[in-house]
Structure formats: structure tokens, C-alpha cells
Design a protein around this ligand. Structure first.
Ligand code: NAP
Length: 490
């Protein structure tokens, strides 16, 4: 018997779950959500490292179309977000749509039948008229560029695969990396380790977080009238939108962030020599800001050593730096980020004429408004190329994408199910303008980051504000799409 759904969503993280809810809201019930693991939650399931939390305030870190959770703190911790996601799935009756342990191996567009043929890693096969990917940008842990990882005889793991069986108490621990993930686990590890050595390749601008638990009175205040929480959410949203200024080079906002970061450093680190080693030389905003109240104090602890010499290789007893020193440790935590430039989770996505996404993206990953790729009909990406932000909540971008994809699905329905494909010239013109605009962004400055390729082309970030993106995606511009010939329809 054929296993066919109108829509297949790939990934049951927040992106895919939100899409499922919106589909149900629109009365579209014929969809399946393929989840590669046995649990929903995506990044919030994977990142269980000590101190894991969101850098966006709780009130803003939720879908506007759902009842707002009774958040316990200003910034939500991972466990609270994951629990809220699981409740969300239950509340909206999504479980019957989710297939767990269903990892996509390949997706092939069948031109004659006008549908996608999906094969899963365990050999199962299914078809769908439309595929919506929600496989995220930050889920393939990387230790890229570090030699000898496997040679180490002690315990080691990546921050997104934290091994909670390994006890770090009283031991000599190394953290490789000091980005947003490491900045969250370093204070926790430093508090229990005998000694923590932090290997820093580039310093980061660190700005205050001002996190705290909500008091019972505050929680009641928001519960009594949800409009108050929406007001709070709107305030955070508008404030973050102003941060977009820091994502452009040489702006007053960027200068202001630099001033705030410098004051924060001076207030939290007394040793002037350590301060200078923790102070970046690249422009503000080039890399993601670290938002933390406890990272800098942790770096100033007597049991923490900052090493800025480059790593030569990992050896069986520790980390060898280029100055010849072997830093002996019992455990290594890799806070080294993710492979982010592929935008592919499945083995292969093959569109019209047998052309794969890998081939289409040989030069650079690109998608019209981050969602549609020419030659891949009825295929929409959530949080795809150039839709990440440095200044505001990704959930806002996802919500804009849901609205756009729903319009596309409606347009397909209105045209007797004829497949919808973005025009190549529309995609090329879009990406040209975007790349031109991105050249003036802070990310284009002289720093390393997961946002861009080795030749400094920014593949991950949207150049504008959230408001800009909402405006661009409010209306599906059918003139930039073609409906495939009726002969292709099923
Ligand atoms: P990341 O920002 O890519 O940072 C990786 C760190 O590892 C950097 O310090 C990097 O140094 C270092 N590193 C990488 N390869 C190295 C090598 N070969 N040798 C030495 N050092 C190396 O990764 P992340 O901290 O996991 O954060 C990724 C993204 O996840 C963030 O930007 C954010 O979007 C998201 N995130 C969000 C939160 C939150 O909301 N709270 C928390 C964590 C992560 P360089 O800086 O020199 O490249």
C-alpha cells in the first residue's frame, strides 16, 4: 500500500512543530512530521550541557500563535524550553503526525508523478506532494580543523552531545572554544573542575544578560492577564530590532555595543592583562555577541587558565599548542560549534532533471527568501540559507516563513495541484541583491564565524531586520514562480 501524505515536514524541532501547528490551524491535516530521533525538540533536545539556556528572553522565545507558557525566568533554561515544547506538541495534537526514528536518507522529485519520493535510513519509503524541511542550521557538531581528536585517552565530547556520565568534579578539564555555547558551560564547569583550561582562538564581545528568576508575583501578574505578557514580548521584540544597527558596519549602534561590552569587561575582570586577552580586535557584530553575566567572572577564577596560543594537535594526554607546550588534562569538551554551510541534513535531495541540491549549491547555498530553490518544486525550507539573525529571535523568522509556505500550498491547491517552482532568474536576482547588501554587514568584517564561507560570502544570515523579512514574505509573489505544465501533474 502506498504511504502518501500531502505534506512531509522534515524535523520535529521548534521549526517543524510550529509548521505543523499552523497547518492544522488552516485545516490541513494530511501531513507527516519525520523526526530522526525518538524525541521532539531539535536543538533543545540535543544541547543539554550545563548552563544551556536561550539568549532571547522567555517572553519573546515562543510562538505568537500559541498560549504563552508560565516562564520561570527572564531567560529560559534548556529544560524548561524542552518541557514547554513537549507540552506544545501534546496541546496541539501533533503526536499522531510525528514519525519518530524516521531519518531521511534521500528525497527524489518524481517529475512524471509530480511528487517527492522519500527514503528513510531504515529502508522505509513514502511519498509527499510537498516537502518542508525544518532540519535547522546548528545540528551537526564540528571539530573541524583540530587534529588528533581521536588520539586523546581521557574523556571527550562535544557540547551538543554532552556526556553526563563523565564526572568533571575535581578534574583537569579543557574547553576548546569560547563561543556562545562554551560561554554558557564554562562557568558551570569552572565551578566544579579542579582546573579548567580554556583554549581561545578569538575573543568575543560580551554584553550583560541580567537574567533572574521571575518572582511568584510577577508570574501571577502575567498569568492574570496574558495581554501583559504580550506587551512584555513586544517590548523585547522592539528592543532587539534596534540591535540590528549593530549588524551593520560602523554604525552608532555598533559603537554603543562596543562601549557596553568594554564596560562589562572592566567591571567583571580586574586583571588588565587578562582583560586585553579577552578583548576582540574585529568589528562589533562580526561574530555573534556573547550575552552573559557569568562568563567573564569565570575566566577570572584562580582555577581557570586562558590559553591563546593556537592548538597544534590533540595528543593522548592533552592539548599541544604551537609553542610546544602540552597542556595535560583528564577531559576535553569541544565547544567548537557546528558544520553550518551545507544546509543539508538528508543524504541527497534530488530535484527536476536529476539535479541534486549539492550540485545546485556547488557555488553557494542559496534559496529564494531562504525558502525556495529553482528546480526543486513543492520544496520549501524553514530556517534555510540566509535566514539566521544576529539580533532577534529566530522564531519570528519562522513565523513569517509559515505564512509564506501556507500561501504557496494554497496556490498549489488553487491550481489543481500543479507543482510550484521558483524561477531561476528570480532566485539569482534575489541572491545577488542580498549578497550586495551583506557586504555592508558587520559579518563581512575580518573575523571567523559560522555565518560565512572561507571566501567571506555570508550564507547563513539575513541582511535586514525582522520587519524587513516580514515585509518581504508577507505576500507570495507568484510572478517569481512557475506552475509546472499540467502534464506533470498527478
Ligand atoms: P560557535 O559560535 O561556532 O563557536 C565555536 C567556538 O569554537 C569558537 O570559539 C571558535 O573559535 C572555536 N573553534 C572552532 N573551531 C576551532 C578550532 N579548530 N580551533 C580552535 N578553536 C576552534 O559555536 P557555538 O558556541 O556552539 O554557537 C553556535 C551558535 O549556536 C551561536 O552563534 C548561536 O546562534 C547558537 N547558540 C545559541 C545559544 C543561546 O541562545 N544561548 C547558546 C549556544 C549557541 P573562533 O571564534 O576563532 O572561530
Amino acid at each position: 500500500m502506498s504511504d502518501h501524505s500531502e505534506i512531509a515536514i522534515i524535523g520535529a524541532g521548534l521549526g517543524g512543530i510550529g509548521m505543523g501547528i499552523r497547518l492544522k490551524d488552516e485545516g490541513k491535516d494530511d501531513f507527516v512530521l519525520l523526526e530522526k530521533t525518538g524525541r521532539v525538540g531539535g536543538t533543545w533536545r540535543d544541547n543539554t550541557y550545563p548552563g544551556a539556556a536561550c539568549d532571547v528572553q522567555s517572553h519573546l522565545y515562543w510562538f505568537s500563535f500559541d498560549d504563552q507558557p508560565d516562564w520561570s525566568r527572564v531567560y529560559p533554561l534548556q529544560a524548561e524550553i524542552l518541557a514547554n515544547i513537549e507540552r506544545l506538541v501534546d496541546r496541539h495534537g501533533l503526536l499522531p503526525h510525528i514519525r519518530f526514528n524516521a531519518e531521511l536518507a534521500a528525497a527524489h522529485w518524481d517529475d512524471a508523478a509530480s511528487l517527492w519520493r522519500l527514503s528513510l535510513k531504515d529502508g522505509r519509503e513514502l511519498t509527499a506532494s510537498t516537502v518542508i524541511t525544518a532540519w535547522g542550521q546548528l545540528n551537526r557538531p564540528s571539530t573541524h580543523g583540530i587534529e588528533g581528536v581521536e588520539d586523546f585517552r581521557g574523556d571527550w565530547f562535544h557540547s551538543a552531545r554532552w556526556n553526563h556520565d563523565v564526572k568533571l568534579e575535581g578534574r583537569r578539564v579543557a574547553s576548546i572554544g569560547n563561543g556562545p555555547s562554551a560561554a554558557q558551560f564554562i562557568p558551570e564547569v569552572a565551578a566544579v573542575a579542579g582546573h579548567l583550561t580554556v583554549f581561545q582562538r578569538s575573543p568575543n564581545y560580551v554584553v550583560p544578560r541580567l537574567d533572574r528568576p521571575y518572582t511568584d508575583e510577577e508570574r501571577q501578574f502575567f498569568l492574570d492577564d496574558p495581554a501583559r505578557l504580550y506587551e512584555s514580548r513586544e517590548g523585547y521584540y522592539q528592543e532587539h530590532e534596534t540591535w540590528h544597527g549593530a549588524m551593520r558596519q560602523g554604525t552608532p549602534t555598533a559603537a554603543e555595543f562596543g562601549r557596553v561590552a568594554r564596560e562589562h569587561l572592566e567591571a567583571q575582570v580586574a586583571d588588565p592583562a587578562l582583560r586585553e586577552r579577552l578583548w576582540p580586535s574585529y568589528p562589533v557584530g562580526c561574530k555573534r555577541l556573547v550575552i552573559s553575566d557569568d562568563f567573564l567572572p569565570a575566566m577570572a577564577r584562580p582555577n581557570v587558565t586562558l590559553v591563546t596560543d593556537r592548538i597544534e594537535r590533540i595528543e593522548k594526554n592533552g592539548v599541544r599548542t604551537v609553542d610546544g607546550v602540552l597542556h595535560e588534562v583528564d577531559a576535553i569538551v569541544y565547544g567548537t560549534g557546528f558544520d553550518t554551510l551545507q544546509f543539508l541534513s538528508a543524504g541527497d535531495v534530488v530535484g527536476r532533471g536529476g539535479r541534486s541540491l549539492r550540485e545546485a549549491w556547488r557555488d553557494i547555498p542559496e534559496a529564494y527568501l531562504g525558502m525556495a530553490v529553482a528546480g526543486f518544486p513543492n520544496f520549501f525550507m524553514l530556517y534555510g540559507p540566509n535566514t539566521n539573525l544576529g539580533h532577534n529571535s529566530i522564531l519570528l523568522m519562522l513565523e513569517a516563513q509559515y505564512g509564506y509556505v501556507l500561501q504557496a500550498i494554497q496556490a498549489i491547491d488553487d491550481n489543481d495541484g500543479r507543482p510550484l517552482d521558483v524561477k531561476p532568474d528570480a532566485l539569482a536576482a534575489f541572491n545577488q541583491r542580498l549578497q550586495d547588501d551583506l557586504r555592508g554587514s558587520s559579518w563581512a568584517g575580518s573575523c571567523l564565524s559560522w555565518y560565512k564561507t572561507a571566501d567571506n560570502r555570508i550564507t547563513n544570515n539575513w541582511s535586514g531586520s525582522v520587519e524587513d523579512y516580514k515585509a518581504r514574505t508577507a505576500q507570495l509573489e507568484l510572478q517569481h514562480y512557475e506552475f509546472l505544465e499540467a502534464g506533470h501533474a498527478r
